[in-house]
Design a protein around this ligand. Sequence first.
Ligand code: PEP
Length: 253
Amino acid sequence: MQRSQDKPIVAGNWKMNKNARESIEFFQGFLREITEETEQSQFILFPQNINLLAAKQVLGSTKVGWGAQNCYPKESGAFTGETSPQALSEVGAQYCLIGHSERRTIFQESDEFIADKLVTLQSWGVTPVLCIGETKEQRDQGKTEEVLKNQLEIGLSKNRIECPLMIAYEPVWAIGTGDVATPEQAGLAHKFIRSELATKYTEDYANQTVIMYGGSVKPDSSKALFAQEHVDGFLVGGASLEVSSFIAIYKNS
Ligand code: PEP
């Protein structure tokens, strides 16, 4: 997926919310509002894995993107409770979040483990959405760029540049706190990420890679954030749970 010049890509991370009925109601309600295919293709939804089949049923014939919140970096095997990129690919998931701060902190996932997920997803044709971001303490210590650089360096160490990739800059202190980054903070971090991609790969590669901002985005904050040159869209948690606020983030931008 590539940035359309004038509208953001808006992705909804539902985390461990919504059962099958609620997911289907959301998908149907969303499709009643967003009927244009060009607009549909600006959105991505990440339900719980158990509801991916419901996503396929309702969204499978539309341009709305959908995918998983997590996977395990192996094709198959004795990994009880995990989901393989192969199974995600087969069900039709186009995207998978990796490196979300909740997985880094609650499940102690390392950058190396995330790098393995990234390349396994790519080998199955599923686009990884690599989430990176600094904690409040790291920002206060002036270490934001150092943290982002390190997460990119290791997280992308196995990246296959011929495969699609998306990045989400999600400052940990902004996730689920209501404490959204200022447009300037987001703009600077996104510019840094873009320049790291250009240095590591090429300018073209950097420009083609969608970089979303995530962290307490609401309909009233999206416009100023999207006005920043390097903010291509949003990864939204709380405000993605209601059709109206999810769509308003897009429409207001
Ligand atoms: C997220 O979990 O990715 C997120 C950005 O959550 P919220 O919008 O609720 O801060």
